[in-house]
Structure formats: structure tokens, C-alpha cells
Design a protein around this ligand. Structure first.
Ligand code: SF4
Length: 344
């Protein structure tokens, strides 16, 4: 088993408190509940991993926090996203995505990096111009100071000869270098919260390890919090303090990384863990049968994982499972927990 990131967990002040978040999309087929009553917290300096298959609501959760859910089809229709500053609490869910306050939050305090840097970097501007623009916009520095800061931050993310590379275009960078440049752009304004949406998926494993190490080093140096979104549990094991498992727009399990890896309770979490390779094991990898349900007009009032669950009971297709919470903060949305409580 990989070394788990949970060992670094210490309780710090609350930074983000997401309560019952609901983000829906209006589609031709009806209402798509991409994020359905999702709740979680992020403390200062900690890394929260969000895992699940594609289509489980991970990225929409992140985009909701950034207020960049594609309009007009998508919108936050319920819940709170409470962002804690020293002297005030801001409910991001109530802010207009183009408001001055939201723009300031997006640039200065919360940053996001995406899976494919080529879709976020503009091919006709140099890397330096793009980072400088963000710095000038949010830090009110003049051009000379912004260029110096850009070279400094490119050096910080491990780009060799940053004083030369600052004038290169995205196509002149390798995939790993482009992702480093994206991290540089995200970190250039010293955010308190970095949201990384599958930041290493497009990279080969050695570059992936470098990027993960880089993010951990920068986190230690800058004291920021990270939300790491991935379908790769191996990445989560190495970096996260706590883990949130999402399925079909729901949070189905949360706990410390140690709890989730060594004592998973939800059948979906267990199935995800059985599908990752283990060093030294010749055991055949298990795939999860079936696929994530189509969230369009999905009838409510049952467990969405039931068609894929080998432990499903009658109640699972009759009533939505509630969330069972333990004192240590481990939560599970599954009827099996009630059975276990009853037999204890
Ligand atoms: Fe499986 Fe039932 Fe638990 Fe859903 S509630 S995960 S169907 S046991």
C-alpha cells in the first residue's frame, strides 16, 4: 500500500464549508442533478481528495465553488458555499459569477488548475504574458514588477531557465512543463485554496509524480489548502488528508485517507479500491460492473448504486439511504450501516 497522506492531518481553522450544495443543469431531456445535496469542509493547510468515476459530479462541485458552472444551462439551485476569511464569512453560492467580489475571490484567494493545460493556455500569447496578465490584474503591479514575479514563480515550479522560458509560447513547452506553467499561473497570486481538477491525468507517471511532489512542497511553503479531484486513488493516497467519495452527484463516503483506504464502508468505495493495482500482488483487478446512471430525470427515492451493488437489499430500491455519521467524522450513505448498527 502506498504511504498515505492522512498522517499529515492536523485540525486547523475552517476555510471552506459547503452545505447541501445542489447544482443542476437544464437539458433537453430534463433536469440533470449533477451535484445533489453535497456537504463537506476544507480546513486551512489540508488537502481534501475528491474521487469517483467520470460523471459523478466532482468537477461540477469544483466549478460551483469557483462560480464557473456553464451558464445558462447550469446553476447552483440550493445550499451554501461558505468561504471563511479572518473577519467575515462569504456565501459564494449567493454571489453573481461576474460580480466584483467573485472576481477578486477567483484571482486572489481561490485558484483552479485543469486537466489539460492546452485548453486553458492561449496558444497565441507567451507563457509569460499570460501569467503576467493574471498578476497585473489581481496584484496591481506594474509591468516590470509583474515580469519579475512571473520569472520568480516559474522558477518556483521547477521550470529551468525561467528568464528565457518566460517568452516562449505554450506549444514550445512539453506536457509536464505546460502543467507546471498552469500551476505557476494558479499560484502567482498566493491563493489560500487551490482546486486541482485531474491535474495529472494527461501526464505520464514520472511527470505525474513530479507534479504531485511539487504541489505538496508548495503547499508546505505557502500554507494553502488543496482540493484534489481525481479518479485515481493512487494519487489521492499520496497527497490527501481526507477523502470524499462521490457517486451520481452524491457524497457516498467521507473520512480520513487512512479510514477510506483501510476501513472503507461503502460498497462503491470498496469497489473503487479493488480496481487499483497493488505492488507485489498478482491478483486479478476487479472492474465495477455497469456504469454511472444517466442523471437526467433520474427518479429519486432509492440508492443510485443499487444496480451495480452486490450487497443491495430490498430497502435500497425503496428508500434513499440516509447519511450515517460516526464520532470521528467518517460518514457513509448506505443502508448497510443501519444493518450493522442493528446487529451490534
Ligand atoms: Fe448497496 Fe444498498 Fe448500500 Fe446502496 S444502500 S450501496 S444498494 S447496500
Amino acid at each position: 500500500m502506498t504511504n498515505l497522506g492522512g498522517s499529515r492531518l492536523t485540525r486547523h481553522k475552517l476555510l471552506l464549508d459547503v452545505q447541501n450544495l445542489c447544482t443542476h443543469f437544464r437539458t433537453e431531456e430534463g433536469i440533470l442533478r449533477a451535484v445533489d445535496r453535497v456537504s463537506f469542509q476544507v480546513h486551512r493547510g489540508e488537502t481534501l481528495g475528491i474521487v469517483g468515476e467520470s460523471g459523478c459530479g466532482k468537477s461540477v462541485t469544483a466549478k460551483s465553488i469557483m462560480q464557473i458552472v456553464p451558464k445558462p444551462k447550469g446553476s447552483i439551485v440550493g445550499g451554501k458555499i461558505l468561504y471563511h476569511r479572518e473577519d467575515e464569512i462569504i456565501d459564494i453560492a449567493t454571489l453573481h459569477y461576474q460580480s466584483q467580489q467573485m472576481r477578486e475571490l477567483r484571482g486572489n484567494e481561490i485558484s483552479m488548475i485543469f486537466q489539460e493545460p492546452m485548453t486553458s493556455l492561449n496558444p497565441v500569447y507567451t507563457i509569460g504574458d499570460q501569467i503576467m496578465e493574471a498578476i497585473q490584474l489581481h496584484q496591481k503591479l506594474d509591468k516590470k514588477a509583474a515580469r519579475e514575479k512571473t520569472i520568480e514563480v516559474l522558477g518556483k515550479v521547477g521550470i529551468p531557465s525561467p528568464q528565457d522560458r518566460v517568452d516562449r509560447y505554450p506549444h514550445e513547452f512539453s506536457g509536464g512543463m505546460r502543467q507546471r506553467a498552469m500551476i505557476a499561473m494558479a499560484l502567482s497570486c498566493n491563493p489560500r485554496l487551490l482546486i486541482a481538477d485531474e491535474p495529472t491525468t494527461a501526464l505520464d507517471v514520472t511527470v505525474e509524480a513530479q507534479i504531485i511532489n511539487l504541489m505538496q512542497d508548495l503547499q508546505t511553503e505557502m500554507g494553502m489548502s488543496i482540493i484534489m479531484i481525481t479518479h485515481d486513488l493512487g494519487v489521492i493516497a499520496g497527497i490527501a488528508d481526507r477523502v470524499l467519495v462521490m457517486y451520481a452527484g452524491w457524497v457516498v463516503e467521507t473520512g480520513t485517507t487512512e479510514e477510506i483506504f483501510y476501513h472503507p464502508q461503502h460498497p462503491y468505495t470498496r469497489a473503487l479500491l479493488q480496481s487499483i493495482p497493488k505492488i507485489g500482488s498478482n491478483a486479478r483487478l476487479e472492474s465495477i460492473r455497469g456504469s454511472v446512471p444517466d442523471l437526467n430525470n433520474l427518479a429519486q427515492g432509492w440508492c443510485y448504486f443499487a444496480p451495480r451493488c452486490s450487497a443491495a437489499m430490498d430497502i435500497c430500491v425503496e428508500k434513499e439511504p440516509p447519511i450515517f455519521s460516526r464520532e470521528d467524522g467518517h460518514t457513509v450513505k448506505c443502508w448497510l450501516c443501519q444493518e450493522e448498527e442493528a446487529s451490534a
